[in-house]
Design a protein around this ligand. Structure first.
Ligand code: CU
Length: 295
């Protein structure tokens, strides 16, 4: 066999493997003739359709017997080639489904469907025609992105539909989304904190934890309001103390870093962080100086 035929065979196998099993559900055709159904005793698998076609010259019905696990009733059929159908679902039990023609059942116009449970290749209790992952056990059938493919076997669970996968789904093989709740194919992340700009509560200030103490949807890292209430808290740890003084000194005189929320360090709020701020912080801490509030 030449290589292209090998590939074609492999492709055919792959295509069959990914097709939903429901595509293989069968339609069982039964004709309704004058005073008999044909064929009799159809063998039906859960997921299959049973379709009756009226071929008679007098009125007939297909009507489930009281002992049938599933109830149906076509009513009187009189139009040539008119049809009536039922679908045996995954919750319809295996067993015999007797039925009859209402006017002629007592004259022997009866039949029984022989219903069998659907195969369950992965043994998860959900029959293949109904299983959103027929080959991966997933009794819960969860499908977060509602694409009909269960999370357990979905290679791209993508709830915002941008083609990029949500984190936290082990079956995903697609590229992961830096903003799973908002469609953002561009994945722009200006501050490089791995949170996409459209989701980032501080798009220009790296804050991977997205902390937002005052719940105003503006992250603490860039929230002027939360900066203001902590002015003098140079290292942004929630309190103003001697460590902040050390950090001021390091920043002002030793090339040390400044916290990105610059307003915090600007104790006197004059738009520059300088030795005056340091002096005022020291005064506040050690000499009972005034606590400078935001303007
Ligand atoms: Cu009849």
């Amino acid at each position: 066999m030449c290589m292209s035929r090998v590939y074609r065979s492999i492709l055919a196998v792959l295509v069959v493997a990914v097709l939903p099993a429901s595509l293989f559900a069968t339609v069982h055709n039964i004709s309704i003739n004058d005073n008999f159904f044909a064929p009799l005793n159809s063998v039906v698998i859960q997921g299959d359709t049973v379709r009756w076609t009226y071929m008679g010259s007098i009125a007939h019905t297909t009507t489930s017997d009281p002992s049938s696990p599933k109830a149906w009733n076509s009513g009187l059929l009189t139009i040539p080639l008119s049809t009536f159908q039922i679908i045996i679902t995954g919750t319809d039990p295996a067993g015999n489904y007797p039925y009859r023609c209402t006017p002629h059942g007592n004259f022997g116009m009866r039949d029984t469907l022989r219903v069998f449970a659907a195969p369950d290749a992965d043994g998860d209790g959900v029959g293949d025609p109904f299983d959103n992952c027929p080959t991966v056990p997933n009794p819960t059938q969860t499908d977060a992105d509602l694409d009909g493919i269960g999370d357990a076997c979905d290679i791209c669970t993508d709830t915002d539909g941008d083609g990029l996968g949500d984190p936290g789904f082990p079956a995903n093989t697609c590229i992961l989304d830096n903003c799973p709740t908002v469609s953002n194919l561009s994945q722009v992340d200006a501050d490089g904190d791995l949170v996409g700009d459209v989701c980032d509560n501080c798009p220009l200030v790296p804050n991977p934890d997205q902390t937002d103490t005052d719940l105003d949807n503006i992250g603490d890292a860039c929230d002027v309001a939360s900066c203001c209430v902590k002015e003098g808290d140079f290292n942004h740890n929630g309190s103003m103390n001697v460590v902040d003084v050390t950090a001021y000194v390091a920043y002002l005189f030793q090339g040390g870093a400044i916290y990105l929320c610059k307003d915090e360090a600007d104790y006197d709020d004059n738009s520059s962080v300088n030795v005056v701020d340091l002096t005022k912080v020291v005064a506040r801490l050690f000499q009972g100086g005034p606590l400078v509030l935001c303007p």
